[in-house]
Design a protein around this ligand. Structure first.
Ligand SMILES: Nc1ncnc2c1ncn2[C@@H]1O[C@H](COP(=O)(O)OP(=O)(O)O)[C@@H](O)[C@H]1O
Ligand SMILES: [Mg+2]
Length: 388
């Protein structure tokens, strides 16, 4: 492919006729008159033939005719002369052609070119002003759109918070009566009725947990997540959650391994919320690991940090999707035929709780081989040293 023009600024070949150089952004329209000016000083300066964007700028010849400096006949004559010289292998610009023909002197050509440059500068200034106005308009539109999104987000948050609180009241009532029935407060229950009541209570529990998570999430979203930090050992928090998870693991045929170092240093933590974090990590690990898999929870003292990790041999997560999993209400499989239950809220809330403890959840994973979620909390001696 041949390149017709060379950019005067960066010397790169330009593939098509355009106003600005596609590589360095030089204004090529200004280039043509500048070259006319230079050519009146020396043909040597030219080197290569630059771009002559005649379709973009008023041609020098036309400008001269308009200014009454030459007649159309004189222009035709100069153009013919230019062509003749070209066939002899000599590149002659119009200004020079007019000079060589004795139609105009150097001063007159310079003047015409200067006028042309000024006109172009003016046009450029105007174009820039219009562009700036356009950018300002678009920026304002975007600002308004962002404002609207914020409003909608706030409405959504308030809606979730209100609905969750409203749902909680009748649910508490339901739970109370179901428990009383099971205890036989309204007459003896037979085995089938007891089983039915158990199933109802289990569902009620799930619903209650979901509503509590939603309420907690809306607090976290508004920056109102309050922690009751007390000194505790992570083994206390983990042991209780492992007991609950053991039942789930057994039911699914998964080995749940627990490795907690002895004498773990104390950390400042909100026992209830940290318990929630551990429970959620274990639930996820068990949910996304098939039967015969292994889920391992570890807690160890790592140079002044208590390091907690939950590792599984489950389905894993593609590297490029690792950030997505922390988005609220987001699940990697969001199809209607999705295999695993849940709302996609767990990790988003979990991340916020861990962050409120001054830490970060890290995840490493390999599709088909499993995932590992981990975070560290400073041991109290370290935390106090850092504060003082
Ligand atoms: N241990 C894990 N193994 C594989 N994928 C996981 C694991 N934990 C979380 N994920 C992915 O991250 C998504 C979000 O998790 P989470 O926020 O806990 O929501 P949920 O459990 O309700 O789906 C899950 O739907 C799943 O796609
Ligand atoms: Mg989950």
């Amino acid at each position: 492919m041949t390149h017709a023009f060379i950019c005067p600024q960066c010397q790169k070949p330009i593939r098509k006729v355009q106003r600005y150089c596609e590589y360095c952004g030089a204004d090529l329209a200004i280039d043509a008159p500048l070259r006319e000016l230079l050519s009146s000083e020396s043909d040597q300066v030219m080197g290569q033939v630059g771009l002559e964007p005649e379709i973009l700028t008023p041609r020098l010849g036309e400008t001269l005719v308009q200014q009454g400096k030459i007649t159309t006949q004189q222009l035709d004559q100069a153009l013919i002369y230019q062509q003749e010289q070209a066939t002899l292998g000599r590149q002659v610009r119009l200004g020079r052609a007019l000079r060589e023909l004795g139609v105009l002197d150097e001063v007159a050509v310079d003047e015409a070119v200067t006028v042309q440059i000024l006109q172009l500068q003016e046009a450029l200034k105007q174009a820039n002003q219009e562009l700036e106005q356009h950018v300002q308009m678009r920026t304002e539109e975007l600002r308004q759109a962002l404002e609207r999104i914020r409003e909608l987000y706030q409405i959504k948050s308030n809606f979730i918070a209100n609905v969750s609180h409203e749902l909680r009241t009748p649910l508490t009532m339901l739970k109370g009566y179901l428990e009383m029935m099971r205890e036989g407060a309204f007459g003896e229950v037979n085995r089938d009725q007891e089983e039915a009541l158990e199933a109802l209570l289990k569902s009620e529990n799930r619903l209650e947990k979901l509503i509590d998570d939603l309420i907690l999430f809306t607090y976290a979203e508004r920056g109102e997540l309050s922690l009751t930090l007390i000194p505790c050992q992570m083994n206390e928090v983990i042991t209780q959650k492992v007991q609950e998870a053991q039942l789930q693991a057994r039911a699914k045929g998964i080995t749940l391994q627990v490795e907690i170092s002895e004498n773990l240093p104390f950390v400042f933590c909100d026992i209830e919320k940290m318990g929630w974090v551990i429970g959620e990590l274990l639930t996820n690990a068990l949910k996304f690991t098939p039967s015969n898999g292994v889920v391992q929870i570890q807690a160890e003292d790592n140079q002044g940090l208590v390091h907690v990790s939950v590792k599984d041999t489950g389905i894993g997560i593609a590297n490029k999707r690792l950030e997505e999993i922390f988005m609220p209400f987001h699940q990697l499989d969001s199809s209607t035929t999705r295999h695993y239950g849940g709302t996609g809220l767990g990790l988003a809330l979990l991340q916020r709780i861990v962050e409120a403890h001054g830490s970060q959840v890290k995840v490493t994973s390999e599709v088909g081989n499993g995932s590992c979620f981990e975070f560290s909390l400073p041991a109290i001696s370290t935390a106090i040293e850092e504060q003082t």
